[in-house]
Design a protein around this ligand. Structure first.
Ligand SMILES: [Zn+2]
Length: 156
């Protein structure tokens, strides 16, 4: 069995190139559109990890939108794929509709973390002091922490 690829990815439908808005672009325009979607996804991941950038959910700096020249940028604007929000900021059309919004990334991360806590800590009677869910369980005096076989990791 091959291991699951854990690298982050963006979603592109199989008919991406057949979309009339994309079909109308030059090759440079298509590359710009793809690279901006990748950048927007990277921005969301960075924001999830704690950067305070306002460039989330499809918002991009004007500088990153101009990397292939203004005529190429204009192609995307003319096709309604990119919208100017301010002199320094653009926004990808429908980014959160097709890609993963920051709020979803955060929700999934939290549920993944609580899933891991339930499986590896609570169900195995193992208190891990660096786990926020274990800490919450301790504060709430949860039953599983009174299990006779409860173990605890030493504080770091
Ligand atoms: Zn835990």
């Amino acid at each position: 069995m091959t291991e699951k690829d854990e690298r982050p990815f963006i979603k592109i439908t199989l008919d991406y190139l057949d979309n009339p808005k994309i079909d109308a672009l030059s090759d440079a325009g298509i590359v710009l559109h793809l690279s901006l979607m990748l950048r927007a996804a990277k921005n969301n991941l960075a924001a999830h990890k704690g950067t305070k950038s306002p460039l989330i959910d499809g918002k991009l700096s004007a500088r990153s939108c101009e990397t292939r020249g203004k005529p190429v940028l204009k192609e995307l604007i003319d096709q309604g794929l990119l919208r100017k929000l301010s002199p320094t900021t653009y926004e990808l059309h429908d980014y959160v509709k097709h890609q993963t919004a920051l709020g979803i990334i955060q929700k999934r991360s939290a549920s993944g973390a609580i899933g891991g806590h339930t499986k590896n800590h609570k169900n195995r009677h193992k208190f891990v002091d660096t786990c926020e869910h274990c800490q919450t369980a301790f504060e709430n005096n949860e039953e599983w922490l009174k299990h006779p076989e409860l173990t605890a990791t030493p504080p770091k």
